[in-house]
Ligand binder design. Structure first.
Ligand code: NCD
Length: 311
């Protein structure tokens, strides 16, 4: 693996390898000093053209825990504001001597474009509506941790699927690992065509909840919606929000997931987000170990570490 651009490129084997490696890094993150020198001397830069809290901090924490140096590029305070092109920005960053560029951009395909120009390793941290591979990996890891395996599990992804890169990467990863995925959304929030998507569709959340092992809620991506796709957020919540009453339909072992940022009171009620079977905090915690595994896999070739088994 020379870059991480898409879940599709990884294949089942690639996903399994990273999840195995993640086990070792979970162990590292639980140590009193949660650091290993695996990437000492390497530099990882985050190039974020879109807002982010957890993904950027998670990659930076992961890089630091592997002993790498980090640089952060925030578009709002950069020369992009002065009209610098993406290509010139990438060239400038590379000239400083970096080993990996973690990129998030509002346009689909930008990480692939950068991979053609750059000689560093590129990691896709979210491109438009398209893909968010490390989110899918940490979601798979979290489901396994709670439920043992994804094989034969039923997973409902609920909400603004049309605009969600998380949904696209998750559908690929979950089904590759043997889960069945059902999408639950109003027709206006589904992609115009689901041809080739290995999923079924339901419009009634109440009926679906009692039959699933995982309910995965998505934020309404209002910043990407160009037209009125819903009568109102209140009506959305009334039919598709995970309210305390609806959450009672869930089986005792079923888990509730969300990639964050949550809009409490819209797609998920505040009380439901704090239930013991809501695993959002685990998702964030596992995200650091998964990203350590990804960076180690991409940059740590030849590095042998005691207690870190490449699987
Ligand atoms: C998501 C994203 O930006 O794709 N968040 C994340 O990375 N955890 C989802 C969102 O913004 O709703």
């Amino acid at each position: 693996m020379s870059h991480l651009l898409s879940v599709a490129d990884l294949g089942v084997q690639g996903i399994e390898e990273i999840l195995r490696l993640t086990d070792s890094f979970v162990e590292v993150t639980e140590r009193a000093i949660p650091k290993v020198p695996a990437l000492r001397g390497k530099t990882v830069v985050s190039l974020f053209y879109e807002d982010s809290t957890r993904t950027r901090l998670s990659f930076e924490t992961a890089a630091k825990r592997l002993g790498a140096d980090t640089m952060t590029f925030s578009v709002g305070t950069s020369s992009v504001k002065k009209g610098e092109s993406l290509r010139d920005t990438v060239q400038t960053i590379e000239a400083m001597g970096v080993d990996a560029i973690v990129v998030r951009h509002a346009s689909a395909g930008v990480p692939w474009q950068i991979a053609r120009w750059a000689s560093s390793v590129i990691v896709n941290a979210g491109d438009g509506w398209h893909e968010h591979p490390t989110q899918a990996l940490l979601d798979c890891y979290t489901i396994r941790q709670r439920l043992g395996s994804l094989q034969g599990r039923r997973i409902a992804i609920v909400g603004d699927i049309k605009h969600s890169r998380v949904a696209r990467s998750d559908v690929l990863a979950f089904t590759m690992l043997g889960a069945e995925v059902v999408l639950v959304a109003p027709p206006t929030l589904l992609p115009p065509s689901l041809e080739g998507w290995p999923v079924t569709v339901e419009h009634d959340l109440d009926q679906t909840l009692s039959k699933v092992d995982v309910v995965y809620l998505l934020r309404m991506q209002l910043e990407r919606q160009r037209e009125a796709l819903l009568p109102s957020l209140r009506e959305y919540t009334a039919r598709y929000g995970l309210t305390p009453r609806r959450a009672e339909h869930l089986g005792p072992d079923a888990i509730v997931m969300h990639p964050g940022p949550m809009n409490r009171g819209v797609e998920i009620a505040a009380e439901v987000a704090d239930l013991p079977n809501a695993v959002m905090v685990d998702q964030v915690r596992n995200g650091v170990a998964v990203r350590m595994a990804v960076l180690f896999q991409l940059l740590g070739s030849g590095t042998q570490l005691e207690g870190v088994d490449r699987g």
